[in-house]
Design a binder for this molecule. Structure first.
Ligand code: ZN
Length: 493
């Protein structure tokens, strides 16, 4: 810094010298003038001044050079931070064989820039600092934020797709909450939720850590597509396989390198294919730890479901990580109200887990647990809904109309039972059998602890949690099995 401050006087000195010389040698570039020039009295005066500047310039230059020369202490610091000359290059490849990106390091925000700089200077420091969080081969010191990159796959040698990973490591100890969004590349609301939550956090005041992966499926996101380039649904391949398909390898990389380090997981989604969802949680409520997780979201609706095999939520739960899916809104859109509801739920969760201090509003309702059923169209035509998301309906209530665009014949879709509209199709042309409305049917509550007692958290029988299920759970499973035959609604998660 001293060198930078001393540079202007040196520059000024030389500038003045050059000016004086310019008076002596006007138009020196022209050979014609060189031949005819004559020294005048004025020129001689300028010459004397130029000569007088010489010792001043020399003094300024020597001072500047001294400032540039590092002190023994700073030289030692620089040498200590430099890698040994014979150290191997950082490979950071995961077990799937995909090469990881080099440490990236852009500030999460201006406010957090200083802490980012700190984390970048020690990218591969051992996790010896108290409270430091190890993520993607980097040590993130306590009380700092940083941005890392996850490289899920290598397209071909030397070219890979890197995905930003935002990390806020709190100054105080606590759980690590992970937020993943856009596993389906066209689901945008979750991306904005991650941004708002991450930038809301102050590392100094956070207990524990929050890791956000705003766009897991970057390739799908770039194309505005739900899928990976090979038309595979990434959310059917977790926990993945390092020797499997491209989707399976990407899933494996995310799961092993990021998800396994999480204590809690919230996977953010929207409805799919011209459907929209009331902001809600999907969770396997047979597990006490998952129920506790859902309870932290304030009054958000909770729909019990085991989760399809291959979903990130299911794989995380099977691995002993309490996980929920947060559904909100529709794909390909950014919906302010849905985003706000999701963000409020996540911030409430952070407060419930004592990760942040936040005043809880009085009068918040407890989560409502639902089983669900799909109401399908029996006719083809143009669907118009007459209900809205979140509305309570009774048996026999009209949910929507389907009109044949050619014959003008109109048919009504009726509710079969009392329930709440948790998800619905947007107005569109539908075929007979199309799943149009998802009704949540309120239950007495989550499964009893007796059921949970039969399943030990983190044990191998967690992979088959249906053992010991009671009848009501089986009913849900039956409903979902029927739904999954048609794939459309099931793919909504
Ligand atoms: Zn999704």
């Amino acid at each position: 810094m001293r060198a930078v401050r001393l540079l202007p006087p040196v520059q000024n000195c030389y500038r003045r010298t050059v000016i004086e010389l310019a008076f002596i040698y006007p138009n020196s570039a022209s050979s014609e003038h060189k031949l005819t020039r004559r020294f005048t009295v004025d020129q001689a005066d300028h010459g004397r001044r130029a000569i007088a500047y010489a010792p001043v310039c020399a003094l300024a230059l020597s001072l500047w050079l001294t400032a540039c020369d590092p002190s023994p202490a700073s030289r030692a610091l620089r040498e200590a931070s430099a890698p040994p000359p014979d150290a191997p290059a950082q490979t950071d490849a995961d077990s799937s064989g995909t090469a990881a990106a080099p440490a990236s390091s852009a500030p999460v925000s201006t406010r957090q820039a200083a802490t980012v700089e700190e984390s970048v200077s020690q990218p591969e420091a051992p996790d010896t600092e108290p409270g430091a969080l190890s993520v993607l081969g980097h040590s993130v010191p306590a009380g700092t934020s940083t941005r890392l990159t996850w490289s899920p796959n290598e397209v071909f040698e030397g070219m890979s797709t890197t995905t930003p990973v935002l990390v806020v490591n709190g100054a105080k100890p606590g759980p690590t909450l992970c937020l993943t969004a856009a596993i389906h590349g066209d689901e945008l609301n979750g991306i904005e939720m991650v941004r708002r939550v991450i930038h809301e956090l102050e590392p100094d005041e956070l207990s524990g850590a929050v890791i956000g992966v705003p766009i897991v499926n970057l390739q799908g996101f770039r194309r505005g597509s739900r899928y990976l380039p090979d038309r595979r649904d990434l959310n059917r391949y977790f926990p993945g396989n390092p020797q499997g398909s491209s989707a399976s390898r990407i899933a494996h990389s995310l799961f092993e390198r990021i998800i396994r380090g999480c204590d809690l997981l919230v996977d953010l989604h929207t409805g799919s294919f011209y459907r929209t969802n009331l902001p809600q949680l999907r969770a396997d409520l047979r597990y006490r730890q998952v129920r506790e997780l859902t309870g932290g979201f304030g009054g958000m609706v909770v729909l019990h479901s085991e989760g399809a095999v291959g979903t990130l939520r299911r794989a995380a739960t099977d691995a002993g990580i309490p996980a929920v899916t947060l559904e909100a809104g529709e794909p390909l859109r950014l919906q302010t109200s849905k985003v706000s509801e999701g963000v409020n739920g996540i911030l409430a969760l952070l407060a419930a887990k004592d990760m942040v201090k936040r005043v809880q509003l009085l009068g918040q309702t407890e989560p409502v647990f639902y089983e669900s059923t799909w109401i399908r169209a029996d006719h083809g035509g143009i669907l118009f809904s007459v209900v809205r998301l979140g509305q309570m309906v009774e048996p026999g209530d009209v949910l929507g109309t389907i009109t044949d665009p050619i014959t003008n014949e109109q048919n009504l879709i009726y509710s079969a039972e009392r329930g709440r509209v948790l998800g619905m199709a947007l107005n569109q042309v539908v075929m007979p059998g199309f799943a149009a409305f998802r009704l949540g049917v309120e239950t007495d509550g989550p499964p009893t602890d007796n059921v949970l007692a039969a399943v030990q958290w983190g044990q191998t029988d967690l992979a088959n949690p249906s053992d010991g299920d009671d009848g009501s759970l089986q009913k849900v499973s039956d409903t979902e099995t029927g739904v999954s035959v048609d794939l459309e609604p099931e793919e909504a998660s």
